[in-house]
Write a protein that binds this ligand. Structure first.
Ligand SMILES: *Cc1c(COP(=O)(O)O)cnc(C)c1O
Length: 471
């Protein structure tokens, strides 16, 4: 399989090369040239596979330049009972007649990003070793990406990690999770700004071609293709768990920010998985909700971005969205380049003439949830089902219930566990004790390791120069 860029100006590449890339050289995002089509007979065969077997079947269609045995090893080391706490890896739990939860958050950092990041950590180490290269990972996080990346990459050979987070904008638990790591290859950087400022710094450093080459910069942000690939697997798993045969359809509702998670759902649907609708749930930062309801994409500035009680969805522009737009525009790289150059210069774009395709052909629906909605939903679900859901998952449940059609089965992605967001949970259901996995007990009391820097790419570049020797 060959990969191309959404902006059409990058020569086709193999999986191993794409895996180590951030943005494509032409500023776009990498995608498979064509998507494998999964027929009914194959779905039948896959239905009864274990998670690791299913992951192998799907990933081997995309990672065609990694020998089978090596890929199997990477997958088996990634999706272990030790890391995810269940043999199912990603269990599906029925909540009500309409709703089920896709439990994506049982990994080391209690959020869905572990699922993809652990794969990336192992795949990176493998590919780097094979190529005899090293990598300096730079990343931006509003909480969950950073911790998942750091736990997945700590102690890995030939990898150095510089993770930027918005100073003072994460929960105490999230801070403790990241900043308590003392591995020599992990560097926490708190930037005096918003998440999007962190993301802009990552982009600025990536776009400095000399600096990028000199320090072998790479990224594990949600634009990384390897992450999308790992996420495709659990849409298949969720579908099989919730259905008895391929005649049945289900919808997925995904609490969304950078559009990474649901982008994998979109690709699974394009591969032929019988997904009815893909429901995008946003919080008050509703740039995606607006697009999927109007066809108008209007990125916000960082001063227009709200700090909310579902912080991992506090984004003003959705970095993976370009992948969907590429498919929506019939793989027209030139048009995509034009639209996203406008985005970069602060403008938005209007695809309202394509809204029918967005909603009918691609099955997208969207809704929005507010702080009050989260509280109400957490409380209602707890009272009805005795199950505690985290604020992000609550955004998903709220929107799913709002848009549900009669008889529709909706699987809501559980993107984090409640223990990460104690303050909001207590506001919703009172000061009850939140279940906490044993390995996180006492985390907040550990010493923390973090450097605070100004909102300035050069300040971050200096830190990298201090710790990494140039090529
Ligand atoms: C990252 C994250 C999201 C948003 O996922 P995207 O892939 O950016 O759309 C939602 N919920 C939680 C808990 C997250 O960590």
């Amino acid at each position: 399989m060959q990969y191309i860029s959404t902006r059409g100006q990058t020569a086709p590449m193999q999986f191993s090369d794409v895996l180590l890339m951030g943005l494509a050289p032409d500023g776009g995002l990498m995608l498979p040239q064509t998507l494998p089509q999964i027929d009914a007979a194959t779905l039948d065969k896959w239905r009864t596979l274990s998670y690791t077997e299913l992951a192998y079947e799907i990933m081997s269609l995309f990672a065609t330049d990694i020998p089978s045995d090596d890929l199997r090893k990477i997958i088996n080391n990634t999706y272990t009972v030790e890391a995810f706490g269940t043999t199912d890896i990603i269990p599906v739990t029925k909540l009500t007649d309409t709703l089920s939860l896709l439990e994506l958050s049982n990994g080391p950092t209690l959020a869905f990003k572990d699922v993809a990041m652990r794969f990336l950590g192992n795949a990176f180490e493998y590919v780097l070793k094979r190529k005899g290269e090293r990598l300096t990972i730079i990343g931006a996080t509003s909480g969950d990406t950073g911790s998942a990346a750091e736990y997945a990459l700590r102690g890995k050979e030939n990898i150095e990690v510089f993770m930027m987070s918005p100073h003072g904008k994460m929960s105490a638990f999230q801070r403790a999770q990241m900043y308590s790591l003392d591995d020599a290859n992990i560097h926490n950087i708190a930037v005096e700004g918003m998440f999007d400022d962190c993301q802009d710094i990552v982009k600025a450093l990536q776009e400095d071609a000399d600096f990028k080459a000199k320090y072998s910069l790479g990224t594990v942000n949600s634009i990384n293709w390897g992450r999308i690939l790992a996420q495709i697997v659990y849409y298949f798993k969720g579908y099989f768990a919730a259905t008895e045969n391929n005649e049945q359809k289900v919808s997925f509702c995904v609490p969304s920010g950078n559009f990474g998670n649901i982008c994998a759902g979109h690709i699974a649907r394009e591969m032929g998985l019988p997904i009815d609708r893909l429901i995008v749930a946003t919080n008050e930062n509703d740039v995606l909700n607006e697009f999927f309801n109007t066809g108008k994409y209007t990125p916000r500035t960082s001063s227009e971005t709200y700090v909310t009680s579902s912080p991992s969805m506090d984004i003003s522009k959705a970095s993976n969205f370009e992948r969907f737009v590429y498919h929506l525009l019939g793989n027209d790289g030139e048009k995509v380049a034009q639209l996203f150059n406008d985005v970069r210069s602060g403008k938005g774009f209007d695809l309202s003439d394509k809204l029918n395709d967005v909603q009918q052909k691609f099955g997208f629906v969207a809704g929005k949830s507010t702080h009050q909605d989260r509280l109400t939903t957490i409380k209602a679900i707890y009272e009805q089902t005795n199950r505690l859901i985290d604020p992000h998952t609550a955004d998903g449940v709220k929107v799913a219930l709002e848009v549900a059609k009669a008889g529709e089965k909706i699987i809501v992605a559980e993107t984090a566990l409640p223990a990460k967001f104690e303050e909001t949970m207590h506001e919703a259901v009172g000061a009850i004790e939140l279940p906490r996995p044993a390995h996180t007990v006492g985390l907040e009391d550990k010493p923390q390791f973090v450097t605070v820097v100004a909102n300035d790419a050069q300040a971050v570049a200096k830190l990298i120069e201090t710790h990494v020797s140039p090529r």
